[in-house]
Ligand binder design. Structure first.
Ligand code: PGA
Length: 255
Protein backbone atom coordinates (compact mmCIF):
# COMPACT_ATOMS: atom_id res chain seq x y z
CA UNK A 1 0.00 0.00 0.00
CA UNK A 2 1.39 3.41 -0.99
CA UNK A 3 1.57 5.91 1.87
CA UNK A 4 -0.14 9.19 0.92
CA UNK A 5 2.16 12.10 0.31
CA UNK A 6 1.24 15.80 0.40
CA UNK A 7 3.78 18.41 -0.67
CA UNK A 8 3.33 22.17 -0.46
CA UNK A 9 4.98 24.22 -3.16
CA UNK A 10 5.30 27.77 -1.85
CA UNK A 11 6.67 29.02 -5.20
CA UNK A 12 8.01 32.60 -4.91
CA UNK A 13 6.00 33.45 -1.79
CA UNK A 14 6.51 34.03 1.94
CA UNK A 15 9.37 35.84 3.65
CA UNK A 16 11.76 34.84 6.42
CA UNK A 17 9.16 35.44 9.15
CA UNK A 18 5.96 34.22 7.50
CA UNK A 19 7.63 31.11 6.11
CA UNK A 20 8.78 29.96 9.53
CA UNK A 21 5.41 30.81 11.08
CA UNK A 22 3.60 28.83 8.40
CA UNK A 23 5.90 25.83 8.93
CA UNK A 24 5.42 25.97 12.70
CA UNK A 25 1.64 26.05 12.43
CA UNK A 26 1.65 23.07 10.09
CA UNK A 27 3.94 21.13 12.43
CA UNK A 28 1.78 21.66 15.48
CA UNK A 29 -1.47 20.80 13.68
CA UNK A 30 -0.20 17.58 12.07
CA UNK A 31 1.90 16.02 14.84
CA UNK A 32 -0.28 12.93 15.10
CA UNK A 33 -0.30 12.08 11.41
CA UNK A 34 2.72 13.58 9.61
CA UNK A 35 5.26 10.90 8.85
CA UNK A 36 2.93 8.20 10.17
CA UNK A 37 -0.20 7.94 8.08
CA UNK A 38 0.82 10.57 5.55
CA UNK A 39 4.18 11.91 4.37
CA UNK A 40 4.40 15.69 4.22
CA UNK A 41 6.93 18.00 2.59
CA UNK A 42 7.23 21.78 2.34
CA UNK A 43 9.04 23.39 -0.57
CA UNK A 44 9.93 26.99 0.29
CA UNK A 45 12.00 29.36 -1.84
CA UNK A 46 15.75 28.63 -1.79
CA UNK A 47 16.62 31.50 0.53
CA UNK A 48 14.27 30.27 3.25
CA UNK A 49 15.11 26.58 3.03
CA UNK A 50 17.46 26.63 5.94
CA UNK A 51 15.15 28.47 8.33
CA UNK A 52 12.28 26.14 7.40
CA UNK A 53 14.55 23.13 7.97
CA UNK A 54 15.12 24.58 11.43
CA UNK A 55 11.41 25.10 12.06
CA UNK A 56 10.73 21.48 11.10
CA UNK A 57 13.66 19.95 12.97
CA UNK A 58 11.60 18.32 15.70
CA UNK A 59 8.90 17.14 13.29
CA UNK A 60 8.52 14.39 10.70
CA UNK A 61 7.84 16.89 7.92
CA UNK A 62 10.48 17.00 5.21
CA UNK A 63 11.81 19.94 3.26
CA UNK A 64 12.06 20.04 -0.51
CA UNK A 65 13.62 22.52 -2.91
CA UNK A 66 11.74 23.84 -5.93
CA UNK A 67 14.57 23.31 -8.40
CA UNK A 68 18.16 22.13 -8.73
CA UNK A 69 21.03 22.41 -11.17
CA UNK A 70 22.53 19.42 -12.93
CA UNK A 71 26.21 19.95 -12.08
CA UNK A 72 27.76 19.23 -8.70
CA UNK A 73 29.81 22.43 -8.35
CA UNK A 74 31.75 25.04 -10.30
CA UNK A 75 31.22 28.12 -12.41
CA UNK A 76 27.41 28.09 -12.73
CA UNK A 77 26.39 31.52 -11.47
CA UNK A 78 23.11 31.56 -9.65
CA UNK A 79 22.65 27.80 -9.57
CA UNK A 80 22.36 25.38 -6.65
CA UNK A 81 23.51 21.75 -6.62
CA UNK A 82 22.01 18.62 -5.12
CA UNK A 83 24.86 18.30 -2.64
CA UNK A 84 24.24 21.85 -1.38
CA UNK A 85 20.56 21.10 -0.89
CA UNK A 86 21.34 17.86 0.88
CA UNK A 87 23.94 19.63 3.00
CA UNK A 88 21.32 21.93 4.53
CA UNK A 89 18.78 19.18 5.16
CA UNK A 90 16.63 18.97 2.02
CA UNK A 91 15.12 15.58 1.25
CA UNK A 92 13.06 16.26 -1.89
CA UNK A 93 13.36 18.45 -4.97
CA UNK A 94 10.77 19.37 -7.59
CA UNK A 95 11.99 18.73 -11.13
CA UNK A 96 10.24 20.12 -14.19
CA UNK A 97 7.47 22.02 -12.46
CA UNK A 98 5.24 23.52 -15.14
CA UNK A 99 6.37 27.05 -14.28
CA UNK A 100 9.97 25.98 -14.86
CA UNK A 101 8.99 24.36 -18.16
CA UNK A 102 6.60 27.00 -19.47
CA UNK A 103 7.62 30.29 -17.81
CA UNK A 104 11.38 29.80 -17.53
CA UNK A 105 11.61 27.59 -20.63
CA UNK A 106 13.23 24.41 -19.35
CA UNK A 107 13.32 21.71 -22.02
CA UNK A 108 12.41 18.08 -21.29
CA UNK A 109 16.03 16.92 -21.61
CA UNK A 110 17.20 19.35 -18.91
CA UNK A 111 14.45 18.12 -16.61
CA UNK A 112 15.67 14.55 -17.14
CA UNK A 113 19.22 15.56 -16.23
CA UNK A 114 17.89 17.23 -13.08
CA UNK A 115 16.14 14.02 -12.01
CA UNK A 116 19.39 12.09 -12.47
CA UNK A 117 21.45 14.78 -10.69
CA UNK A 118 19.01 14.82 -7.78
CA UNK A 119 19.28 11.06 -7.26
CA UNK A 120 23.07 11.07 -7.67
CA UNK A 121 23.24 13.78 -5.02
CA UNK A 122 21.07 11.85 -2.56
CA UNK A 123 17.80 13.75 -3.02
CA UNK A 124 14.37 12.37 -3.88
CA UNK A 125 13.06 14.04 -7.06
CA UNK A 126 9.39 14.83 -7.63
CA UNK A 127 9.08 14.79 -11.42
CA UNK A 128 6.22 17.04 -12.54
CA UNK A 129 4.43 16.43 -15.83
CA UNK A 130 1.26 17.75 -17.41
CA UNK A 131 -0.33 19.09 -20.54
CA UNK A 132 -1.33 22.62 -21.56
CA UNK A 133 -4.98 23.42 -22.18
CA UNK A 134 -4.42 23.49 -25.94
CA UNK A 135 -2.77 20.08 -25.75
CA UNK A 136 -5.70 18.62 -23.79
CA UNK A 137 -8.16 20.10 -26.27
CA UNK A 138 -6.17 18.59 -29.12
CA UNK A 139 -6.28 15.16 -27.42
CA UNK A 140 -2.55 15.20 -26.85
CA UNK A 141 -2.52 14.66 -23.09
CA UNK A 142 -1.24 11.09 -23.24
CA UNK A 143 1.36 11.96 -25.85
CA UNK A 144 2.70 14.92 -23.82
CA UNK A 145 2.76 13.03 -20.53
CA UNK A 146 4.46 10.05 -22.20
CA UNK A 147 7.15 12.27 -23.70
CA UNK A 148 7.77 14.14 -20.44
CA UNK A 149 8.02 10.91 -18.44
CA UNK A 150 10.22 9.08 -20.94
CA UNK A 151 12.60 12.05 -21.19
CA UNK A 152 12.33 12.84 -17.49
CA UNK A 153 13.37 9.32 -16.53
CA UNK A 154 15.82 8.78 -19.39
CA UNK A 155 18.77 6.69 -18.34
CA UNK A 156 17.30 5.96 -14.92
CA UNK A 157 17.75 2.29 -14.08
CA UNK A 158 15.06 0.28 -12.32
CA UNK A 159 17.14 0.25 -9.13
CA UNK A 160 16.76 4.03 -8.90
CA UNK A 161 13.10 4.41 -9.81
CA UNK A 162 11.94 3.99 -6.22
CA UNK A 163 13.60 7.33 -5.38
CA UNK A 164 11.18 9.10 -7.73
CA UNK A 165 7.74 10.54 -7.03
CA UNK A 166 5.64 11.53 -10.04
CA UNK A 167 3.32 14.53 -10.02
CA UNK A 168 0.63 14.92 -12.66
CA UNK A 169 -0.22 18.60 -12.88
CA UNK A 170 -2.38 19.63 -15.84
CA UNK A 171 -1.09 23.12 -16.61
CA UNK A 172 -4.61 24.45 -17.16
CA UNK A 173 -5.47 23.58 -13.55
CA UNK A 174 -2.48 25.21 -11.88
CA UNK A 175 -3.35 28.38 -10.00
CA UNK A 176 -6.49 28.81 -12.09
CA UNK A 177 -9.10 27.48 -9.67
CA UNK A 178 -9.97 24.85 -12.31
CA UNK A 179 -9.36 21.36 -11.01
CA UNK A 180 -9.27 18.22 -13.07
CA UNK A 181 -12.21 16.07 -12.04
CA UNK A 182 -11.20 13.08 -9.93
CA UNK A 183 -11.97 10.87 -12.96
CA UNK A 184 -9.91 13.00 -15.37
CA UNK A 185 -6.98 12.85 -12.96
CA UNK A 186 -7.43 9.13 -12.28
CA UNK A 187 -7.43 8.38 -16.02
CA UNK A 188 -4.03 10.02 -16.46
CA UNK A 189 -2.65 8.58 -13.22
CA UNK A 190 -3.57 5.06 -14.18
CA UNK A 191 -2.06 5.64 -17.60
CA UNK A 192 1.17 6.84 -15.95
CA UNK A 193 1.32 3.73 -13.77
CA UNK A 194 0.77 1.52 -16.77
CA UNK A 195 3.50 3.39 -18.67
CA UNK A 196 5.92 2.91 -15.75
CA UNK A 197 5.00 -0.77 -15.80
CA UNK A 198 5.94 -0.97 -19.47
CA UNK A 199 9.16 1.04 -19.00
CA UNK A 200 10.22 -0.88 -15.87
CA UNK A 201 7.95 -3.53 -14.43
CA UNK A 202 4.51 -3.69 -12.92
CA UNK A 203 5.67 -4.50 -9.42
CA UNK A 204 7.86 -1.40 -9.36
CA UNK A 205 5.13 0.73 -10.94
CA UNK A 206 2.74 -0.28 -8.17
CA UNK A 207 5.13 1.14 -5.58
CA UNK A 208 5.63 4.57 -7.15
CA UNK A 209 3.61 7.43 -5.73
CA UNK A 210 1.81 9.63 -8.25
CA UNK A 211 0.60 12.97 -6.87
CA UNK A 212 -2.04 15.19 -8.41
CA UNK A 213 -1.48 18.95 -8.56
CA UNK A 214 -3.61 21.81 -9.85
CA UNK A 215 -5.90 23.85 -7.58
CA UNK A 216 -6.01 21.16 -4.92
CA UNK A 217 -7.87 22.51 -1.91
CA UNK A 218 -9.69 21.32 1.22
CA UNK A 219 -12.95 21.01 -0.71
CA UNK A 220 -11.66 18.63 -3.39
CA UNK A 221 -8.77 16.81 -1.67
CA UNK A 222 -10.77 13.85 -0.34
CA UNK A 223 -12.51 13.25 -3.68
CA UNK A 224 -9.22 13.32 -5.53
CA UNK A 225 -7.61 11.05 -2.94
CA UNK A 226 -10.45 8.55 -3.23
CA UNK A 227 -9.17 7.59 -6.66
CA UNK A 228 -7.15 4.40 -6.82
CA UNK A 229 -4.06 5.82 -8.48
CA UNK A 230 -3.94 9.23 -6.77
CA UNK A 231 -1.42 8.81 -3.98
CA UNK A 232 -1.11 12.37 -2.81
CA UNK A 233 -1.31 16.02 -3.73
CA UNK A 234 1.14 18.70 -4.79
CA UNK A 235 -0.38 21.90 -3.51
CA UNK A 236 0.47 25.45 -4.54
CA UNK A 237 -1.83 28.30 -3.46
CA UNK A 238 -3.59 26.38 -0.69
CA UNK A 239 -0.26 25.41 0.90
CA UNK A 240 0.28 29.05 1.87
CA UNK A 241 -2.63 29.00 4.30
CA UNK A 242 -1.90 26.79 7.29
CA UNK A 243 -5.54 25.85 7.91
CA UNK A 244 -6.17 24.89 4.30
CA UNK A 245 -2.97 22.93 3.96
CA UNK A 246 -3.59 21.06 7.22
CA UNK A 247 -7.12 20.22 6.05
CA UNK A 248 -5.68 18.85 2.81
CA UNK A 249 -3.15 16.74 4.71
CA UNK A 250 -5.94 15.34 6.90
CA UNK A 251 -8.08 14.60 3.85
CA UNK A 252 -5.19 12.73 2.24
CA UNK A 253 -5.02 10.09 4.96
CA UNK A 254 -6.50 6.94 3.46
CA UNK A 255 -8.20 4.73 6.07
P1 PGA B 1 -1.92 25.36 -7.35
O1 PGA B 1 -0.42 24.98 -7.79
O2 PGA B 1 -2.28 24.41 -6.24
O3 PGA B 1 -1.82 26.80 -6.88
O4 PGA B 1 -2.77 25.19 -8.54
C1 PGA B 1 -0.03 23.65 -7.88
C2 PGA B 1 1.41 23.56 -8.32
O5 PGA B 1 1.85 24.39 -9.12
O6 PGA B 1 2.16 22.67 -7.88
Amino acid sequence: MRKPFVAGNWKMNTDSRTGVELAEKIVSATQQIAGRTVDVALCPPFVYLQSVVGALSSSSIAVGAQDIYIETKGAFTGEISASMLKDIGCIYVLCGHSERRHVIGEPDELVGKKVTAAISGGLLPILCVGELLAEREADQTIEVVTRQIKTGLAGLGAEKLSAVTLAYEPVWAIGTGLTATPQQAQDVHSFIRELLGRMYDNRLAEQIRILYGGSAKPGNAADLMSQQDIDGLLVGGASLKADDFVAIIQAAVKE
